[in-house]
Write a protein that binds this ligand. Structure first.
Ligand code: 13P
Length: 248
């Protein structure tokens, strides 16, 4: 039985004060939640949020990591550093990192390996652009993204056994208000489950892209959907807590 997981990706939003208010409000509302909840604030707020979450069951994650352990890499943050702060998860290969910052499948695979090296759980984001979907190559794109990670780790079984999470985020559904249709979500999640191989039933596969309180329950009920990766709606106490409740 896979425990549902809901992850809030704050992206580059908020101030220190707003972060504290958001976490304080969420802790009050998420008390009885059965799903696993994880917050991923910007790096600079991780230590504050770790303190605020220390007596709650809500977990902490970072939005990215470097591949290196330490050294002369100005501006980078190692997986070991975010582990030291109290993170349990790392979002790796988000489409904004792939498209805006040029992260290749190979770099994403290195970041997954770095995350595991530090004892953390990677949330590996995959997904197609609108053009790729229109061209009929959605499955090819996702297979390429995931297989590069599997190869780096030694195979799909190693990926599953590491407890890594997959997040399917169609690029055209991120921040657009357009959510993928249920049958599109089911189709891709089943495809991902197939790629995960014989042990794949153990892995959690999340959906992300314009998840809101209004559509969360319908999405989370779908076969092979084990929760969500939430952007915009994770910045609002009522919206995010309603989405978490929908995953119960
Ligand atoms: P939105 O929920 O704002 O569409 O963002 C999804 C996302 O990118 C989460 O990582």
């Amino acid at each position: 039985m896979r425990q549902p997981l809901v992850v809030g990706n704050w992206k580059m939003h908020g101030s220190r004060d707003e972060a504290a208010k958001l976490v304080g409000g969420l802790i009050q509302k998420l008390g009885g939640c059965q799903a696993e909840i994880v917050l991923c604030p910007p790096f600079v707020f991780l230590a504050d949020v770790a303190d605020l979450l220390s007596k709650s069951s809500v977990g902490l994650g970072s939005q990215d990591v470097a591949t290196q352990v330490q050294g002369a890499f100005t501006g980078e943050v190692a997986a070991e550093m975010v582990a030291d702060i109290g993170c349990r998860y790392v979002i790796v290969g988000h489409s904004e990192r792939r498209t805006l910052f040029g992260e290749s499948d190979a770099l994403v695979a290195e970041k997954v390996a770095a995350t595991l090296r530090a004892g953390l759980v990677p949330i590996v984001c995959v997904g197609e652009t609108a053009q790729q979907r229109d061209a009929g190559i959605t499955e090819e794109v996702i297979a390429g993204q995931l297989n590069t990670v599997f190869e780096r780790l030694g195979g799909a079984d190693e990926f599953v056994q590491s407890r890594a999470v997959v997040a399917y985020e169609p690029v055209w559904a991120i921040g657009t208000g357009v959510t993928a249709e249920p049958q599109q979500v089911v189709q891709v999640h089943q495809f991902i489950r197939g790629l995960l191989g014989k042990l794949g039933a153990a892995s959690r596969v999340l959906y992300g892209g314009s998840v809101k309180p209004e559509n969360a329950a319908e999405l989370f009920e779908l076969e092979d959907v084990d929760g969500g990766l939430i952007g915009g709606a994770s910045l609002d106490i009522d919206s995010f807590s309603a989405i978490c409740a929908a995953a119960d």
